[in-house]
Ligand binder design. Structure first.
Ligand code: SF4
Length: 296
């Protein structure tokens, strides 16, 4: 991957971004739980993909957080931190690195960082798949049971003033900048079956031409809702309270009328957020170039 530096930041930022990429084994658990189109295009075109360092800041932030917590947990008794494991699934080498395992309560923990808006939704399916796949590796290689899984998430944009304001309005807002999210532990067979199916899928895709790779689903593409939002002029950045989630334009118009003459409705059509703003594979992706954003 070519990392550009359009803001001419210190070289250390670029090096930090580069250090966060490493391939071990045939596929990592993180790749396996994700769409094969993304991982195949990434592997095949790695040398041609260009990403600016500024777009990698959030992964540098995540790496920094993990490194601090790894060091802090290094000599804790009965705790295994950030250990890389490689194990075989369907004859392929799968690698993983879990964050923390506590022997006493057979507890696997994963650290994440997330925005409040992401936390307010349901627990991400990929988090359940990722941690339960880690549990497979821990049972197989470390020969230890996993009875509990928790994700400890740092909410990057949490603010005390927002908490106070939300309490006054009676809105829900997390009480602290770190939240604990319990994850259901799948039974061993179910977790192993899931991982075997993902390995089979990715192995089949390895044989396919770029243009024949299975298309990314709406979930994979982080497709946003087709919405009509109500704004108070001149602030067209943030919808007014209660006016951000209309799926019907007539209801949005009625709400705006009720709010007063300085209120307007703006249509925010659904979009493939990941493709448009985050996925560096779009240059090589026929799904993107023919369906999501075809040239005029
Ligand atoms: S650009 Fe979109 S469709 Fe193409 S690989 Fe990326 S996420 Fe998938």
């Amino acid at each position: 991957m070519i990392i550009t530096n359009r803001l001419n930041l210190s070289e250390a930022w670029v090096r930090a971004a580069r250090d966060s990429y490493d391939y071990v084994g045939w596929r990592s658990v993180t790749e396996l739980i994700g769409p094969p189109r993304i991982s195949e295009l990434k592997r095949r075109h790695d040398a041609e993909i260009e990403v600016d360092v500024i777009d990698l800041i959030s992964s540098i932030f995540g790496e920094a957080m993990h490194e601090i917590l790894r060091k802090a947990g290094e000599n804790e008794k009965g705790v295994i931190t950030e250990q890389r494991l490689v194990f075989e699934v369907e004859g392929k080498e799968v690698s993983m690195k879990f964050d923390r395992y506590q022997e006493e309560d057979e507890h696997l923990k994963d650290y994440k960082s997330e925005k409040i808006s992401g936390y307010m939704h349901d627990v991400k399916h990929e988090w359940k798949c990722q941690t339960n796949s880690y549990a497979v590796g821990i049972r197989k290689i470390l020969d230890r049971p996993v009875s509990r899984i928790t994700i400890e998430t740092l909410l990057k944009d949490w603010s005390l003033s927002q908490l106070v304001m939300s309490k006054k309005k009676g809105d829900f807002y997390p009480e602290s900048p770190i939240v604990k999210i319990p994850i259901n532990v799948w039974d061993e067979e179910e977790a192993e079956r899931y991982l075997a199916e993902r390995v089979q899928l990715h192995a089949r895709c390895e044989q396919l031409h770029d243009n024949d790779l299975p298309f990314c689903t709406e979930d994979d593409r982080w497709v946003s809702e087709n919405l009509w939002k109500v704004y108070k002029k001149p602030n067209l950045e943030r919808a007014v309270r209660g006016g951000a989630k209309f799926t019907n334009p007539d209801e949005a118009e009625a709400f705006a009328e009720h709010k007063g003459p300085d209120h307007v409705v703006i249509h925010r059509p659904s979009e493939s957020t990941r493709c448009l703003h985050y996925c560096p594979m779009r240059k090589f992706c026929n799904q993107y170039n023919t369906e999501i954003c075809p040239p005029f």
